[in-house]
Design a protein. Structure first.
Length: 254
């Protein structure tokens, strides 16, 4: 896939118009359309900025950008001091300010909170989280959580299972938990690791990253990631996860 096709495809996957993408990278909308049409070649710096906004920068390492998570959560709750020192927050604030998602100090614009969380979820997709490990399905998220609790291991439920903890809806498609120690947690929950490169149903454990696990709360005895984090992760998930995020935000009728 050449650069023009890659940019065009990623823009559509991210749900952005050419005008919105242009605003995010601070160029004229005609620049984006001409790049996608192959009429002009962007400079290396512009290409890097465009692809970074779309979640796949040049030299992409495969890891999600947790700075987008921190920026989005701070935009909704500026009191989250534990998140303020994460490198890269200002870059995301500047991008989002260009399309009216945050104001000049990085606060979420009223009425656009859901779109902000969606953008953060796309920039930090669950499938790209650093250190994440997939295991064979079989146990539900709550069963894994109970097993970890019995062993006094720190964790936080997220994604669609986390959304169900806040607002019971349509069940879980993909159990995902943040954990302090992946190896010990897998052992405690008797999880069997999936073969690398295999597809299909799975359970995923993601190591704490200093951002995503901040703000955990107990719901019916289960530790769940903060509501905003759960929405970000659901928007950055697969299967029915985005629908669960919409339900949690009251954007659809169950």
């Amino acid at each position: 896939m050449d650069l023009a096709e890659r940019i065009s495809t990623l823009r559509r996957v991210n749900g952005l118009s050419a005008r919105q993408l242009a605003a995010l990278v601070d160029v004229a909308p005609t620049t984006v359309t001409r790049i996608e049409a192959g009429q002009v070649s962007p400079s290396f710096d512009l290409a890097q900025e465009i692809l970074a906004v779309l979640g796949e920068p040049i030299g992409f390492t495969g890891e999600a950008d947790v700075a987008a998570i921190a920026a989005a959560r701070l935009a909704l709750d500026p009191t989250s001091a534990d998140l303020a020192a994460v490198p890269g927050i200002d870059v995301w604030r500047q991008r989002w300010a260009r399309i009216g998602l945050v104001d000049k100090v990085g606060r979420a614009v009223v009425g656009r909170e859901a779109e902000l969380l969606l953008r953060a979820g796309r920039a930090a997709r669950l499938t790209r989280r650093s250190g994440s490990v997939d295991f064979e399905p079989g146990s539900g998220a709550q069963e894994v959580a109970v097993a970890l609790g019995r062993k006094h291991l720190d964790y936080a439920l997220t994604g669609d299972a986390g959304a169900n903890a806040y607002l019971s809806s349509a069940g879980e498609a993909w159990p995902v938990l943040y954990v302090e120690d992946v190896v010990r947690s897998a052992s405690a929950a008797k999880l069997v690791r999936k073969e690398p490169g295999s597809f299909g149903l799975r359970i995923t454990l993601i190591p704490f990253d200093g951002v995503s696990e901040v703000g955990r709360k107990k719901i019916d005895g289960i530790t769940v990631a903060s509501r905003d984090q759960v929405v970000i992760d659901a928007y950055g998930g697969v299967d029915r996860m985005p629908e669960q995020a919409d339900l949690l935000l009251g954007r659809r009728v169950a």
